[in-house]
Write a protein that binds this ligand. Sequence first.
Ligand code: V1P
Ligand code: CA
Ligand code: ZN
Length: 395
Amino acid sequence: EYNIVRPKGYTVSYHANPEMEKHHFGQTHPMKPWRLTLTKSLVTSYGMPFAMDNYNTRPATYEELNSFHASDYLDYLGTAPPEDQPRDIDNPDKAGEVKFNLGGSDCPLFHGLFDYCSMSAGTSVDAARKICNGQSDIAIAWGGGLHHAKRSEASGFCYINDIVLGILQLLRCYPRVLYIDIDVHHGDGVEEAFFSTDRVMTVSFHKYHPDSFFPGTGGLDDNGPKSEHNPGAHHAINVPLNDGITDEQYSWLFESIIGKINEHFRPSAIALQCGADSLAGDRLGRFNLQVQGHGACVEYCKKLGIPMIIFGGGGYTPRNVARAWAHETSIAIGCQNKIPEEIPQHTPWREHFIHDTLFPTLEQILGEPRANRNTPKRLQEIVQHVHEQLRFVGH
Ligand code: V1P
Ligand code: CA
Ligand code: ZN
């Protein structure tokens, strides 16, 4: 209907497992896998699947998960009973204990947890494989992006670090991978996984407040362990921000920082985590970003002309998540100027969008915008610091 056609000269692929969307973290938990359904509904109603290769992905295998995660952690993740089931009272050792940070309010043990995790990881590994074998130039995995998970620990709604699995796959065919993380939270799990290699540079933009905002890490001076002979030193870049940052400031920062990193690090592939909790009006986030500013990051990366995986991540106001990820899918395809701003009449669950536009104004989203606590002087200092770090990074 909108004449959305395949882009000339490059291929975009979309990797999803619809079974993921049926899982629930619990009534009051902010993570709603259903946001993926809402995203797909918008992508489809605009006709974007016609312009992409669409894959229904299989769950990741145990061996694939095991390429980063420890076996004892995976075994427990696969067998731990859901929290609402009676514990094994005959075995007091196992009654009610918390292992690997599983089973708290952030990382609950819910029905089908292991399947959910394997499916999320499967979308990202599949995306990485298509990039590696040259069948895709931009591979989209909105079901992935779970950047906090550690080798043997769940953290912040993340159990399996699908991004690390995807990057490990990319490293088999590309010498250097640039990881960029625009989720409002620090991408600590991915940063830590690649602390000791100079083949991956990680860059996270996030709200930073050590004692009041999760996970509390990612200060400006945290650039990777500077122990002697660590090739990974200076290869972790952190962009700590305050509440209320705007599209204009964020785009300026993003382009100044990523442009310079591209010149120095010369990545052969990009892994971009597009957590949508950095948008204004997010249930957990604190920024004033709009769909346009968030999408500008994707557009900038695309223009670098380097093979890229685009992951999802956080995002706790489903209608805004769906808007951002549908807009970013259109940027990947290059059809963003062809699709109308008005949410199509035939979009399933259209009423969930409240406002009938892809680009609501800050006033529509928030009423009163959040105060901006980012001074131009501080943003200048951040860019200056990053440029100084890059002097240590080989050309
Ligand atoms: O703040 C915490 C922990 C719990 N306290 C002991 C400290 N957790 C945060 C976790 C946020 C995770 C973000 C994940 C992602 O980066 C990637 C998918 O987006 C948290 C928050 C919060 N406002 O920061 N947990 C919860 N809220 C929460 C609320 C209700 C029910 C369960 C968890
Ligand atoms: Ca981030
Ligand atoms: Zn987040």
